[in-house]
Design a binder for this molecule. Structure first.
Ligand code: ADP
Ligand code: 5GP
Length: 196
């Protein structure tokens, strides 16, 4: 049995993690991909649960060994999706969600064109900044890098199959559930042709 892959993208602070947590609470069978990153852990982040944290040399090893389905640099750090767990989960028939930034989403669009791609928009740039600051976990320089990236990312929202505006949280959660489980999104996505 083959599962499918959904790409979930949007500017940092828009609420991607919040939306996914809400959907996962009702659908624990979904596999949320755990990425490798060179970023330092934030307070409360757990190795192997939120990310696989590593130094630049460790990340380069993954790249050299072709173990990443996609990878990109974001705000001064590298982030990448490990190919093998995705393959395994899809083979088990799971719905796999990749929460990744724009450049990675573009790579997946080439290697896995069947994967459904969702972009989350903020109600406004001002609200996005409020949310990043309210999260209170990034230094000012990181916040500025994330906001600069946000405008570029938002400009690419129309490349995606679906745009969800995360204004009212409950409404956005319902839209995401509909996108994941509604009748129109049942196409299977075999990973057989996903080699780069
Ligand atoms: P991302 O994963 O996209 O970086 P987070 O899920 O960490 O974003 O959310 C950033 C902040 O915005 C968090 O403090 C979260 O509680 C808040 N947030 C998320 N969705 C909403 C919403 N619809 N309305 C108000 N605040 C929200
Ligand atoms: P954060 O540092 O806020 O956890 O993540 C920063 C950005 O990196 C977010 O937009 C997030 O979606 C993205 N990201 C997380 N993991 C990956 C990954 O494996 N690949 C890519 N391309 N982006 C990722």
């Amino acid at each position: 049995m083959s599962g499918r892959v959904v790409v979930f993208t949007g500017p940092s602070g828009v609420g991607k993690g919040t939306l996914l947590r809400a959907v996962l609470a009702d659908h624990p069978g979904i596999y949320l991909s755990i990425s490798a990153t060179t970023r330092n852990p934030r307070a409360g982040e757990v190795e192997g649960q939120h990310y696989y944290f590593m130094d630049a040399a460790g990340f380069q090893d993954l790249v050299k060994r072709n173990e990443l389905l996609e990878w990109a640099e974001f705000a001064g750090n590298c982030y990448g999706t490990l190919r093998q767990p995705i393959q395994e989960q899809v083979n088990q028939g799971k719905l796999v969600i990749l929460e990744i930034e724009l450049e990675g989403a573009r790579q997946v669009r080439k290697t896995l064109p069947e994967a459904y791609q969702i972009f989350v928009l903020p109600p406004s740039i001002e609200e996005l900044e409020n949310r990043i600051r309210a999260r209170g976990q990034d230094e000012e320089s990181a916040i500025q890098k994330r906001l600069a990236k946000a405008s570029i990312e938002i400009g690419a929202a129309n490349e995606f199959d679906l745009q969800i505006t995360n204004d009212d949280l409950d409404t956005a959660v319902e839209q995401l559930k509909e996108a994941l489980f509604g009748q129109s999104q049942t196409t299977e996505t075999p990973l057989a042709n996903a080699a780069p």
